[in-house]
Design a binder for this molecule. Structure first.
Ligand code: C5P
Length: 233
């Protein structure tokens, strides 16, 4: 331990990582770090630069020109800044999800973002979610959770989430995108999505948000030997 608690949450797209991690962080008074948002910011930068997203050399050349910063507002919400501009809303577009998945397969991109993520964990009690947090970014995290759900359950939730943001997408298209990202995230050579050996698995296919929150909070509090917040009982 580095003086702060680290909780690593990994799993495929749409398993509910961000909403659950955010909720647990709020209940426990930890900082929530969404690392997908950081990869999405690189994806947006690649889209804007109009370079080939799969070309490691073109993307590598772009990286030193990027100033990527994570900030938090007064509600504890994470914001992403790209060269000083708040791009938090722009990175949620569906096409950026696919771009983020493409650029995140490039080892140069992963290396570029590693220190930023580790630094956040050194400075705060943190719940960090992503794909390789328990395996690569924070291998010494006190708690590791691998969160899963069936592709169909994840697609259904994603459609609703997008709808709430005013983005209309069909179930079939979202399911197709989820399968594409699952395959790409699990099959890539650089930091593929897999559970750390010491991760606790939590499958949320058949349980609702509140029950998932209760179970996740219980796993974390038991491992850290801290008391369970009233709202998670
Ligand atoms: O979590 P989110 O869907 O926002 O992540 C967008 C993409 O970024 C994922 O599909 C994944 O390819 C990539 N990613 C990653 N490693 C992380 C977080 C996200 O490769 N730690």
């Amino acid at each position: 331990m580095n003086g702060h608690y680290s909780v690593a949450i990994d799993g495929p797209s749409g398993a509910g990582k961000s909403s659950l991690a955010r909720r647990c962080a709020a209940a426990l008074g930890f900082v929530y770090a969404d690392t997908g948002a950081i990869y999405r910011t690189v994806g947006l930068a690649v889209e804007r630069a109009e370079i080939d997203r799969r070309s490691e050399s073109a993307v590598t050349e772009l990286l030193p020109q990027l100033n990527i910063r994570v900030g938090y507002d007064e509600h504890g919400e994470q914001h992403m800044f790209l060269n000083g501009e708040d791009v938090s809303a722009l990175i949620r577009k569906p096409e950026i999800s696919l771009l983020a998945s493409d650029v995140s397969a490039l080892p140069a991109v992963r290396a570029f973002l590693l220190d930023m993520q580790r630094k956040m964990a050194r400075e705060h009690d943190i719940i960090m979610d992503g794909r390789d947090i328990g395996t690569v970014v924070l291998p010494d995290a006190e708690v590791k959770i691998f969160l899963t759900a069936s592709a169909e359950a994840r697609a259904e939730r994603r459609v609703l989430q997008l709808k709430e943001k005013g983005i209309e997408e069909s179930f079939e298209k979202v399911l197709e995108d989820i399968r594409y990202r699952d395959k790409q995230d699990s099959g890539r050579a650089a930091a593929p999505l897999r559970a750390a050996e010491d991760a606790v698995r939590l499958d949320t296919s058949d349980i609702d948000f509140q029950e998932s929150f209760r179970r996740m909070s219980a796993i974390i509090c038991r491992a850290l030997n801290i008391s369970l917040p009233e709202e998670a009982k």
